[in-house]
Design a protein around this ligand. Structure first.
Ligand code: ATP
Ligand code: MG
Length: 304
């Protein structure tokens, strides 16, 4: 039975798609049958896996809105054990159309229920917002992986995301865990990167993955060649770091089986209080003040 992991952060450009594609490929390379669901209308994961724009290709839109079986939309991602549910810009429409649909938070969960047995991991690449596409991803998932870029203002928006996660846990998905917080675009030559990483670890503790993704030009180049970094330059630091992350994800799953527990409980609660406490720390990690969190019914963020 698949572990379903949403890769989410409403902040743009923090490495969600890079993580979805390269963690997906690294899990597949570790012989774990993996499905990557591109749930972002930007369709960056779809193109990073080498699928050019094609209006005839069916996408997640058909599954979410028209109820087509997801296996008919799933394509082979040109790598053993890695499949893809593609996206395209029509998915923008889904975010809006979902608002007036029955069961609007659970459409993705229902769509993938029948294929859970076929995979060991399902990764969902979310858009940079807390709209209904993200809510559907979080409702369908066992856990959420939050990439955070190692830069000034790294925590901006994270407390909002964690508030939303807690609210989701109270309402539509009580079992949603934190898979982990992932430090991305880390540059060990800068004091700022080191300071941000140290601060994030002191706020979030063991919820931060030990694996760190360095800033690495190969990771940025690989998508334009339509392939995961593993195929583009397997010896790059970027490839190594995602293989390491896949090992950590797999090891954590094995630990959970051993303990019969979620490693991240109390999960969002602890992380959110850590984020709240961060505001008082004399550190480089700035935290936004209390902000209105996204309504989990999508009412605010779908713009309607
Ligand atoms: P969006 O919010 O728009 O969906 P995202 O969170 O999915 O963005 P990515 O698309 O993965 O972020 O990354 C943003 C940009 O940074 C891309 O051009 C990507 O190639 C580059 N990038 C991501 N991770 C790294 C890295 N570790 N080193 C260098 N470049 C990176
Ligand atoms: Mg993205």
């Amino acid at each position: 039975m698949a572990r379903i992991i949403a890769i989410a952060n409403q902040k743009g450009g923090v490495g969600k798609t890079t993580t979805a594609v390269n963690l997906g490929a690294s899990l597949a390379a570790s012989e774990k049958t993996t499905l990557l669901i591109d749930s972002d209308p930007q369709a960056n994961a779809t193109s990073a896996l080498g699928f050019q724009k094609d209006p005839a290709r069916r996408t997640l839109y058909q599954a979410l809105i028209l109820g087509e079986p997801i296996e008919r939309i799933t394509v082979d991602a040109k790598m053993d054990r890695l499949n893809l549910v593609p996206s395209d810009k029509n998915l923008v429409g889904a975010a809006v159309e979902l608002v007036s649909m029955e069961n609007r938070e659970y459409r993705l969960k229902e769509a993938i229920a029948g294929i859970r047995e076929r995979y060991e991991y399902v990764l969902i690449d979310c858009p940079p917002s807390l709209d209904l596409l993200t809510v559907n991803a979080l409702a369908a998932s066992d856990s959420v992986l939050v990439p955070i870029q190692c830069e000034y203002l790294a925590l901006e928006g994270v407390s909002e995301l964690l508030d939303t996660l807690m609210r989701l846990r109270r309402t539509i998905n009580p079992s949603l865990a934190i898979e982990g917080i992932l430090l991305t675009m880390y540059d060990d030559r800068t004091t700022l990167s080191k300071q941000v990483a140290a601060d994030l670890r002191s706020f979030f503790g063991s919820q931060v993955f030990e694996s760190v993704i360095p800033r690495n030009v190969r990771l940025a180049e690989a998508p334009s060649h339509g392939m995961p970094v593993l195929f583009y330059d397997i010896h790059s630091k970027g490839a190594e770091s995602y293989i390491q992350l896949a090992k950590e994800v797999i090891a954590n799953a094995q630990k959970r089986v051993g303990q019969g527990t979620e490693r991240t409980d109390p999960g969002a609660g602890a992380a959110a209080s850590a984020a709240a406490g961060a505001g008082t720390s004399p550190s480089t990690v700035a935290v936004g003040g209390p902000t209105r969190t996204g309504d989990i019914d999508g009412g605010n963020s779908a713009g309607t």
